[in-house]
Design a protein around this ligand. Sequence first.
Ligand code: ADP
Ligand code: ASP
Ligand code: MG
Length: 464
Amino acid sequence: MTTQLAASTGHSHAKSDYIVAKFGGTSVANFESMSRCADIVRTNSQVRLVAVSASAGVTNHLVALCKTDLSQLEREAHTNGVITIQEAILAQLSLDADLAHGFTETLKLFAAVAAEPLHTKAQQDELLSFGERLSSYLFTQVLRRQGVQAIRFDVRKVLKTDSQFAKATPDIAATAAAAKNQLTPLLTEQVVVTQGFIGSDQHNQTTTLGRGGSDYSAALLAEAINAKSVHIWTDVVGIFSTDPRLCVKATPIARLSFDEAAEMATFGAKVLHPATILPASRSHISVFVGSSREPQLGGTWIEKEKSQVPGIRAVTQRKNQILLTLKSPEMLLASGFLARVFSILSEFNISVDLVTTSEISVAITLDNAPNASRPELEQACLDKLSEFCHVSVENNLTLVALIGSEIQLRQQEMNLMQVLSDFNIRLICHGASKHNLCFLVEQSESDSVVQAIHSRLLESQQAA
Ligand code: ADP
Ligand code: ASP
Ligand code: MG
């Protein structure tokens, strides 16, 4: 590898030429896909820090292993699932001594931790962390095999978070300080391979950032090392006008503003973890999304844009939504009702999406992702709310969002009403942000709703 050293960053805030590359689960699923990713790193000497996800399938096994009521057979099946995926990659590699020792020990530790039911969230995060810990050993060796000088680095030394296991919040200042001392000096000498998704709290206990969190890790690390951009390598050639798995006519979007991308990610475009844009936008780091299978096809660039293209640019959906309706006969009189509701929701660290209110009720939507490593709505929270209001919970809903800039209820949106008249719409929100218009539909209908919107509003726009 030609080692082109990045401009020295004498001042801690000056941007370096570094690029952080993140490879998602399918990109590091097996030896062949890891080799394609290694090519991407080898051919761009500015890529000095690499964050990898767990190999595809591994985190799902780990989430399953966190359940406390597994039978012995189930437990063994999920444990072997993880081992089989890793060993298939290992079979094509010969690990150097430094990596071999760590990999073997980590795999042994995983088998020991997975053998018994884990009751605390801290223990469960420790278990969830093994996917990234294992894949990062293997990917480091794949890079070395291609002649890239690479070392593996345990991200838990620098990515500091609070102690909210399964959904930890990063400590930006502590992360920056630790990265400056322990990570940045390593980057001048070689490519550093580290883990997405995981971090550690102030007691050095392992934490995780929530499902899909590796994108967020990559952006946080980029911020911490003053990188100029983050490249998110996944299995699609960028961010599309809607999930390309759902609409064959979905088209990749060449450029998005930070705001638009953040809204898309928040409202369900799984291609980016919702928080990814936060560090990027506050630290002026551009984000690229492309396919590790076909890097030559380019992808989407997300940057701070002065003038955004007006109109609808994408439609997203987020399934498994809960609609929580809280009614209080006292609301008319009690001006503290909403404040009380929101303080309880925040106490349970629940992130609220849509909110609509009437005089005596407030309706709120929340996530209930089946693969989340923690249920969003805990019984304890419902109990606390029930102390002062009537609570109703509806499941099996999907949040559909139109994303763009300056979305206004003009001609295009009138067409929307026509499209929607065929479906049962539960709740509409528009106006709080000029970048989205969203509503709830029955989950069983939501794919059809998205397809109808894409075909009637986005494809006609593309043709225009
Ligand atoms: P990775 O494992 O690389 O993080 P993910 O599975 O998390 O990949 O994200 C990529 C997937 O996101 C794609 O395969 C695609 O099905 C889905 N997706 C959902 N909405 C969009 C969108 N608007 N554009 C592109 N991909 C999307
Ligand atoms: N491995 C984690 C997950 O599957 C994090 C990630 O891939 O982004 O959720
Ligand atoms: Mg992902």
